[in-house]
Design a protein around this ligand. Structure first.
Ligand code: VAH
Length: 312
């Protein structure tokens, strides 16, 4: 069997840092090439090869895939929901063209697998708010959601038309402490832990009762690897899998923090991100992921809060 050599594009982002470290533990540091436009993240230094790649330069990317004998690509580079609304054409172009560049190269070089994250941001105000199903009315109202939903169809197309084994997960909001968040609407759920420890207070840019689907990064990393290691014939979804762990509001995460920091105070000052959050479901039905590849989350809100406050 050909030795796997993985290229992670966007390796210095919120997901990329932890996913690169997890993949290096499994495949060996030298077999996971980390790449980004940014400076190498300190946590990655000394754990494996790093190369600066612009995923929008298809020719340069293609040369690197050949030169490094890459067999799998994880494409994590994207402009997220809040940042995307500040420059919709750029967000659409980067989020879709980067995927098409990778899928084309995967087809030409017969790569063994590709991973590309989608998001629950594909759902819009006409999708069911509670237990939003894998297949339902999907009318995204952010350019991030539009680009992710379009990308899901490209993944499905390249799988069925060209046999490219590309796999995808609709991540909920992801919370982590090892690397900075990337300009999303759910970033409040990361900021709140840092400010609770440093200042014992936080002003939320979402209203108190804004309930959203969320997940702790260790669960998201494990889900990604479990999906990529699942037998191809078990997978019935080639657009992108719904994935869920928990749902909570700013008021509820504040309550969880107050169990450890009783003096912590939260106030609310909603901004433009409130409208984005209002367009998304409050909870997700991930039954298909649980059936197809045995997905099961491990972190609930209080278990995540304890781990976050211990490690920040
Ligand atoms: C965002 N963190 O807020 C991302 C995520 C479900 C939201 O995709 O844009």
């Amino acid at each position: 069997m050909k030795k796997e050599k993985i290229l992670v594009i966007g390796a210095c982002g919120q997901i990329g840092v932890e996913l690169t470290l997890a993949l290096r533990k499994i495949y060996g540091g030298s077999n996971v090439v980390a790449s980004d436009l940014r400076e190498e993240n300190d946590l990655l230094k000394g754990t494996g090869p790093y190369v600066s790649i612009d995923v929008m330069n298809k020719e340069m990317l293609h040369v690197q895939v050949i030169r490094q004998n890459i067999t799998q690509v994880y494409l994590l580079a994207a402009i997220l929901s809040a940042t995307g609304e500040k420059n919709p054409p750029l967000a659409w172009h980067l989020n879709t063209q980067s995927l098409l560049n990778v899928l084309d190269i995967a087809k030409e070089e017969k790569l063994s697998k590709v991973y590309w994250p989608s998001s629950i941001a594909v759902f819009g105000p006409t999708s069911p708010k509670e237990n939003c199903p894998q297949q339902t009315i999907i009318e995204p109202t952010t350019v991030y959601g539009i680009s992710k939903y379009a990308g899901e169809f490209w993944c499905n197309y390249f799988y069925h038309r060209y046999g490219v084994d590309v796999r995808s997960i609709r991540y909920p909001g992801l919370i982590s402490y090892k690397s900075a968040p990337g300009g999303g609407t759910t970033d409040y759920a990361i900021e709140i832990y840092h400010e609770a420890k440093e200042k014992k207070k936080y002003t939320s840019f979402l209203e108190a009762d804004t309930k959203l689907p969320m997940m702790y990064m260790p669960d998201a990393i494990r889900a990604t690897i479990e999906l990529m290691e699942a037998p191809a014939d078990k997978l019935t979804v080639r657009t992108s899998y719904n994935l869920a762990a928990m749902s909570f509001s700013p008021k509820e995460i504040a309550g969880s923090i107050q169990k450890s920091i009783p003096e912590f105070q939260i106030t609310y000052k909603p901004d433009y991100r409130q409208q984005i959050a209002n367009s998304w479901p409050q909870s997700i039905d991930d039954a298909q992921a649980r059936v197809d590849w045995g997905w099961k989350h491990e972190y609930d809100l209080d278990k995540m809060t304890q781990d976050m406050l211990q490690n920040i």
